[in-house]
Design a protein around this ligand. Structure first.
Ligand code: ATP
Ligand code: MG
Length: 581
């Protein structure tokens, strides 16, 4: 099936988009102009994320606006106005100063989605220290590994998480000077007491836009996670891309479902939307289809940013469920993190009344790079076009340097012209690995893609995941998407397995929707469906059923693990595997 163009997105029909004319916006945009949209610290003393995200709005007279609306597990809610966040983060910054924590020093959080996480992030930036959020579901091993790399001076966590994950290894963390416990308890400072005793006034020191602000570890999908370092000036890109790619504006109620332990949850769960004066929704609870629809309805979410895993789970829960909720406040839905199957884009239109706008970026890029904009036709399955300010190309690495493949529809590595404000400034303690990401002034993403004649980019797969079969280069995404078109298939992961004749053949691992059972007949049906759609050279030769697929904690299918297990190879780093302790 070739998916039809979605030419009149209901999103743009509901409200004129921030980016009206792509060509015009792309042609006229400059990062200097985007920088001028920010206030800057008083007296020209630089650029600080926390000032732009909260203090600026208070100074502009918008302190009463709700910045954060927090939903507790049991569904009670609490609002934090911009003025409150400004004061609480001042207090946290004052407390850090009292504890002797200075600019450039690293602070880790190991927290669920609780208000203190947001206060900590903002206070850390005010103090000029470096914020590094860890995903709270990490077990002791991944926590320790990241601690040993980054050697934080401060950790903000809870007593329960501390006892389970830190106390047993505390002796191995001599660099860790202070533990701050949300809710109090043995082993650290009490968060509330600490900030109650701290000054509510804090003057942000001059901040160089190039000063480090954030350390984010990558998801570990392809191997050992890397610590990508970002600077205060990244907010220029967070704000501009939140406007263009997420179509955000100040009166939006915005829900980014990513945990701040991942880059999406920080760049777009905190910085981008707050810099625009939005109200950010944070839900402490994990995914639950009914709860999520209820949140969209009750909170009147207008812009929703989520991930393909979540969308696939909502699809699994059926198209009838959303019909029970009033989703009329929703104006725009976007997705990131993994390829978004065309099936899912179209499902959005049918079940939610809005297509899902895919966008592409990485921990390293710090912000959205390629996107389906509200005003632009959607080609389901495409990641969209580069955001204004970003030059993207398809390239080939050769011994003589980079070759730019400017003809349409050529498959190659997706590269971005360095640099843009949110580009990472290094991998912590891995200078060599960082240098290898660049060639001839381009950042090389490690992902394979194609660009069509209209300038739309299409994800093919990670360079490591690509399958070479009988002279063809096969991207797993296309095969997985085709399998997902079959009503029985909930998810698919595709790898290459060695074959004496073809070099490799395609093998698929498939998880079925609840109403389908495994059978030889279904296997044959899926093989035939794929062969008909993809042709025999690309279609899987083999299909195995699985109740679920291995994924990272951030929800990405780990094809390298499917391959290792299939071939009996060492599994490599599995500390980021969902369920790993
Ligand atoms: P690691 O680098 O440690 O292996 P990771 O690459 O999964 O982990 P992230 O930075 O969280 O870590 O993810 C970025 C990657 O996710 C991209 O390089 C790409 O492979 C994939 N990705 C993100 N968004 C999309 C998208 N819209 N379509 C296809 N792939 C996407
Ligand atoms: Mg990566």
């Amino acid at each position: 099936m070739d998916w039809p163009l979605i030419s009149k997105s209901a999103s743009a029909a509901r409200c004129p988009a921030n980016l009206v004319d792509y060509g015009e916006a792309y042609g006229s945009f400059t990062w200097e102009a985007a920088r001028r949209q920010l206030a800057g610290l008083p007296h020209g003393s630089g650029l600080n994320i926390a000032h732009e995200a909260v203090d600026r709005h208070v100074l502009d007279g918008h302190g009463d606006r709700v910045a954060l609306r927090w939903i507790a597990k049991e569904r009670s809610t609490r609002n934090y106005r911009y003025s409150e966040l400004a004061e609480l983060s001042n207090r946290f910054a004052s407390a850090l100063e009292t504890l002797g924590i200075g600019p450039g020093q690293r602070l880790f959080t190991l927290l669920g989605r609780v208000p203190e996480l947001y206060v900590t992030a903002l206070g850390t930036w005010k103090r000029g220290a470096v914020f590094c959020p860890l995903f709270s579901a990490f077990g002791p091993a991944p926590v320790k590994a990241r601690m040993l790399i980054a050697e934080p001076k401060v950790l903000v966590t809870t007593r329960r998480l501390y006892e389970r994950k830190i106390a047993p290894i505390r002796g191995e963390l001599p660099f860790l000077k202070h533990v701050i416990l949300v809710g109090g308890g043995e082993g650290g400072h009490d968060f509330d007491a600490l900030i109650a005793a701290a000054s509510p006034r804090f003057t942000i020191a001059a901040t160089d836009p190039e000063a480090l602000a954030i350390l984010h570890f990558t998801s570990g999908t392809t191997g050992r996670p890397k610590g990508a370092m970002h600077v205060h000036g990244a907010i220029i890109a967070h704000r501009a891309t939140a406007r263009f790619a997420l179509d955000l504006r100040g009166d939006d109620i915005f829900w980014c479902t990513a945990d701040p332990g991942w880059v999406t949850g920080t760049s777009y769960g905190i910085i981008g939307p707050l810099s625009l004066g939005c109200t950010v929704i944070a839900d402490e609870e994990e995914f639950d289809a009914e709860r999520w629809y209820r949140t969209l309805e009750e909170e009147k979410v207008s812009v929703w940013y989520t991930a393909p895993t979540a969308i696939r789970m909502l699809m699994k829960a059926g198209a009838d469920l959303p019909k029970r909720f009033d989703l009329s406040a929703l104006r725009f839905i976007a997705s990131v993190g993994e390829p978004l199957n065309p099936e899912a884009v179209v499902w959005g239109e049918q079940a939610l009344g809005l297509p899902i706008h895919d966008n592409w970026w990485q921990t390293e890029t710090g912000g959205i790079m390629i996107s389906n904009f509200a005003s632009m036709d959607i080609k389901p399955g495409s990641m969209g076009r580069p955001v204004p300010g970003i030059e993207a190309a398809i390239v080939e690495r050769t011994d003589a340097g980079l070759r730019i493949l400017s003809e349409p529809d050529h498959q190659g590595e997706l590269a971005l012209r360095a640099d843009w404000p949110s580009m990472f400034r290094g991998y912590l303690k891995e200078e060599e690995r960082y240098r290898k990401c660049f060639a001839d002034g381009w950042y090389l993403s490690g992902d394979l893609a194609k660009r069509d004649a209209d300038g739309y980019f299409w994800f093919v797969g990670r360079a490591d995941d690509v399958i070479k079969s009988a002279g063809h280069l096969i991207g797993p995404f296309e095969v997985e998407s085709t399998l997902m078109e079959h009503p029985a298939v909930a998810e698919a992961g595709v790898i290459g397995v060695p074959d004496p004749v073809a070099g490799e053949v395609v093998k698929a691992f498939v998880a079925l929707n609840a109403s389908y059972g495994e059978s030889e007949e279904l296997r044959k049906e899926l093989l035939a469906h794929a062969r008909k759609r993809l042709g025999p050279a690309v279609a899987p030769r083999l299909i195995d059923f699985r109740s679920s697929l291995p994924r990272t904690r951030s929800g990405k299918i780990m094809r390298r693990l499917l391959r290792a297990r299939e071939l009996g190879l060492p599994e490599g780093d599995t500390s980021t595997l969902e369920g790993a302790e």
